[in-house]
Design a binder for this molecule. Structure first.
Ligand SMILES: [Cu+2]
Length: 134
């Protein structure tokens, strides 16, 4: 009898765990979106860029993502070969991510990002466009 109860509890636990995995497994990297919050000149040829990472289905900001890849170039101005050095800055709110970018030329720039999000196996990728002043 005891063994029987334990077996049932174990089956229930396994079922609950697999349901949980299935639920999380449904989240896909394209459920996420990067959005520009602010691009602010911080000196000659320098721009501080703040982005928000959103979970699109519920429109909630995603905190604690690890943005392990950040590259900037002038692709939106037809100069994809012109890079800008990107350095991470600390952001003051959960779900916001900030970068200092060496934008040596005024115009439209792209910031291409790759992130690891909690509970998401695949890398989340996205790109935003921002304006850099001279
Ligand atoms: Cu350029």
């Amino acid at each position: 009898m005891r063994l029987h109860l334990h077996a049932r509890a174990l089956v229930a636990a396994i079922f609950a765990a697999s349901t949980l995995v299935a639920a999380y497994g449904l989240a896909a990297p394209n459920d996420y979106r990067f959005a520009l919050v602010q691009a602010q000149p911080t000196g000659p040829g320098k721009t501080a860029v703040t982005v928000r990472l959103l979970h699109v289905p519920d429109n909630k900001p995603v905190a604690g993502a690890v943005l392990f890849e950040s590259k900037s170039d002038m692709g939106p101005s037809g100069m994809a070969e012109m890079p800008g050095k990107v350095s991470p800055l600390s952001a003051d709110k959960p779900g916001l991510y900030r970068f200092q970018i060496e934008t040596g030329m005024a115009g439209k720039w792209a910031l291409n990002l790759g992130a690891k999000v909690q509970g998401e196996a695949d890398t989340v990728r996205g790109s935003i466009t921002f304006d850099a002043a001279k």
